[in-house]
Design a binder for this molecule. Sequence first.
Ligand SMILES: Nc1ncnc2c1ncn2[C@@H]1O[C@H](COP(=O)(O)OP(=O)(O)OP(=O)(O)O)[C@@H](O)[C@H]1O
Ligand SMILES: [Mg+2]
Length: 533
Amino acid sequence: MLTDVDPFERLFPDAAVQWDLSRLYADLEQVAGKPLKPFEKASLRGLLCRYRPGQIAFQCSWSSGSLRVELNKGLYRLLEALVERPPNTLRWEKVADWLAERGYQITAGGNAASNLRPASASIDWGEAPEVSVFWGREPELTMLGQWLTADQCRLVAVWGMGGIGKTALAVKLVEQCHQDFAIALWRSVRQAPPLVQIAPDLVTTLGREPSADLLEVMRQQRCLIVLDDYETLLQDGELVGTYRPGCEGYGEFLERVARERHQSCLLVLSREQPKEITHHQGDRLPVRSHKLKGLQRAGAVALLAARGLDATANSIHVLIEQYRGNPAALRIVATTIQEVFNGNISEFLQQTALTLGDVLRTLLYQQFERLTEPEKAVLYWLALQRRPVSLNTLREQMEASGSELIAALESLRWRSLLEKTTEVGEALFQLEPVVMKYVNQKFVEEVCREVETLVSDAEQPFRLLASHLLVEDTAPDGIRATQIRLTLKPIKDRLTRILARNFVTLDTLRDRLSTRQLYDYAETNLTLLGLWY
Ligand SMILES: Nc1ncnc2c1ncn2[C@@H]1O[C@H](COP(=O)(O)OP(=O)(O)OP(=O)(O)O)[C@@H](O)[C@H]1O
Ligand SMILES: [Mg+2]
């Protein structure tokens, strides 16, 4: 469909900051003898901003293959002709360099330069997403900007729970600070490649031989390297900080980056804090970490308003608080509120007990699956209790050793699943609301699975039914009522359905279980479920 607005026009506007685009378009059109097509102009701007053709195709909503074909047929040949290079010698990485040599880059004074493009302009964005909509985060950008530039930190970690906005913030940070570096590089380690696999790519992008030592290159020139999704390198199910087999090289690399002298900066983005950073960090040291929390109120309101919610509604603040300003969660609920509740936030809050959208559920699922059994046990307890709990209370309830519990709590905090507060000098632990909701659902599912095995074989060992208490007698009334509503009732409902499906009555199952020896919390829980007298 034809529209008045050129959909390509808004793509890669940053190119105009550093490049004399109108002269470049005019010269290329003269070589071609006809106007450039809008997608060619957009691709050129993307290439000047050092985007790969695949990323440009994505932004243009084209397939990567067809964009490459079009560029090979047209723009690349024009560029070769313009800079007087032989045909078919252009690679996309070269576009900016060649055009800089020809003086199409604008200097600080605003004129086109005829000298070589200063290296400081170059960014290799790798897999970094384009962040076009971004709200708030001014304090974080100021602080991290200071760490990277004025303080010349060697190693910086930004860590926090899934969806909290690490990647988006880092994209803005790199855009803001890259001028301070000769080159900036972004790589995601989501596929957990061993370091020996990505190091040659990094050093060649930095202009060295593939066999060069990465840290040596970081010593020779001031570069900014971003490693995103760093938690993927860490072992699932281990206490925080252990590397997957094959990825140990990153731990050693981080150690070297932290300890040895060099002029570059490694920025690590992770859901969990890498332990090498914990060991070396300090306010006056060149190794720092920042735990990223949710958006501050103004940013969160702007995000919701941009998604069509009424920014003046009082309930908007309740919504933000409930999701702790987590931008991924807010984006999801904003859509639900728009689509299901016609934009009415209060109605959503009244009718929905903290629904988790698919995206956030996936994020939490990935995080949960990585945990050790003691960590899961602690999370279940905290989800069930729905309020801040002290270490001593947990120790009594779980009958766990203090050291084991402290290790699990610390690990969970590093993974950003837990909040720690202090009340009258005592440390208290509680879950973020979205985490609590997810873990509670998970707990209900697991208990139902356990009940199902008991229906088919009453001799099966108890697991969560023995280790966790479904409803606490001693809990404040409000919390007890919630435990009944959100934990006990769903389990009872499922039990009824499981029994009906298996043609077993409650009495029969109770009889079968009556011969068993019950220990820990099993007796209380079975009584609550009507399976024990
Ligand atoms: N300041 C912001 N303004 C607007 N949207 C934001 C902001 N920060 C993050 N978002 C959006 O929220 C979503 C999650 O952000 P992001 O991907 O940066 O989270 P993350 O912490 O990197 O998550 P993960 O651990 O899964 O990598 C994205 O859609 C992102 O664009
Ligand atoms: Mg991310």
